[in-house]
Ligand binder design. Structure first.
Ligand code: MN
Length: 235
């Protein structure tokens, strides 16, 4: 893994294009059906909110790709075991290259021999926002303040999320179909800059002992299983 995916871009005209250089370098768009990132993204029913997506990816090893819209691209992490609603689980999330916004609508098969070859499923989809209540109370040295969390919070500006990510500690609220509530993405300092942990915070959406990846294995977009997606692509 190179540092390219985390490099800040100063290009004003096309920041997303510069951030996507690594994404483009790894792929041959004459061979893969993945989006090249030159069309507007499908923003679903929440056009004013940053996209959240998790793609289940049966590459050489099955994993889950968490993607959050930030700065005109999808910041991306590969989560080998997938997300968990159990706050006791700390899931390794390895930061990968930025993906184009269009990727949030991709479900299909990447040909064998190409980068990431295998079947991709839209496992969860929605939007996200920085968890302002939790970030405020964390600054004061105690846990997430339930009263603050329940009060009306303004939608944070995108810069708040970008600054939190840059600091290696992003607390966020996920509005997905399978994943909801408050989460944290925490960089493991001193363990390689790409290694993060994905954690479910203790809140009303937490489900100790639950295994969401086996409870809800199929696509939120089409209801298909990985095998069904692969079979549809082959026919
Ligand atoms: Mn992947």
């Amino acid at each position: 893994m190179t540092a390219v995916s985390r490099k800040k871009t100063t290009a004003k005209a096309a920041p997303a294009a510069a951030a996507l250089a690594e994404y483009h370098r790894r792929r041959d768009f004459t061979r893969t059906a993945e989006p090249a990132g030159d069309k507007p993204a499908s923003r679903g029913e929440t056009p004013d909110h940053p996209l959240f997506v998790v793609q289940k990816h049966a590459a050489s090893r099955l994993h889950y790709d968490l993607r959050l819209e930030m700065g005109g691209v999808l910041k991306s992490w590969a989560v080998p075991k997938g997300p968990s609603l159990d706050p006791a689980d700390r899931r390794l999330a390895v930061m990968t290259e930025d993906h184009p916004l269009e990727y949030a609508a991709f479900e299909g098969t990447i040909p064998e021999g190409e980068y990431g070859g295998g079947t991709v499923m839209l496992w969860d989809f929605g939007w996200w926002e920085p968890d302002l209540a939790w970030m405020e109370t964390a600054k004061k040295g105690h846990g997430r303040d339930a009263a603050a969390a329940e009060s009306e919070q303004p939608i944070a500006s995108p810069a708040v999320g970008e600054a939190a990510l840059a600091s290696g500690d992003l607390k966020l609220i996920i509005h997905g179909q399978k994943l909801t509530g408050s989460w944290a993405l925490v960089q493991m300092k001193g363990r390689g800059e790409n290694n993060w942990l994905l954690l479910k915070h203790r809140d009303e959406a937490a489900r100790p002992g639950a295994d969401i990846t086996s409870e809800a294995p199929d696509s939120v977009a089409t209801g298909r299983s990985l095998d069904e997606i692969a079979a549809d692509e082959a026919s």
